[in-house]
Design a protein around this ligand. Sequence first.
Ligand SMILES: [Zn+2]
Length: 258
Amino acid sequence: MQYKIMLDAGHYGYRNQSPAVKEYYESKQMWELHLLLKTELEKYGFFVATTRDVQEKDLAVVKRGRAAKGYDLFISLHSNAVGGSKGGNVNRVDVYTAYDNLNNAHELGQILVKAISECMGVDAGNSKTRKSEKGDYEYYGVLRGARSVGCPLYYIIEHSFHTNEYAARWLMLQENLLRLAKIEAAAIAAYFGVKKEFELGDINMDGKLDSIDVMLIKRAYFGTLTLTDEQKRLADINADGEIDIFDYLAAKRKYFKG
Ligand SMILES: [Zn+2]
């Protein structure tokens, strides 16, 4: 089955500037990150959508959460802030999820905390919750919205604190955002048991069918190369259960067609 994921970039326009690194705005960097994460998740075959099309445009938090209707997972991306004289020292990744651990939400929460804190080189916090003081519902509007439409798993990820200079500088670098996107996508895929999907014929699984794959399929059909089960599946282009000359010719055709 194809899982569906709704991504939400926390905030819009120029919101939540870092006091430590003036160029840093939570709204800008998290927008970047959520687009990168979308691309990385799509490489695993997930169907991914975002709550907003335009960075400059706001949408009420509950409505963003409600966009998760029909989705298997909702994630809102943020960096945190804390005041006070010691505030700048706090450098920790936390995740917020269902107050009642709905669908064992903490499992993926902790996986994300660990993966992201290691990637950023900061402290690992926890998969946390925050229940409204007024009743049995989520304190955070995005989470309340996601729950109200029946989304089974929903999270706010705080990518450490932009009040910390190290974290803000780290998050300013595009290559770091890409690293984050890749490890988050990998963690989510592992949780759902989803493997990267490769085009038929791409038997070395590097993301493109090229002359190397054609050559490898030829070797497989001559019996001079042993394939793994996954490679056999990808090499059997005409799906007749055998790797033969027809697969080799089909790979060649696919390659020349580009
Ligand atoms: Zn935020």
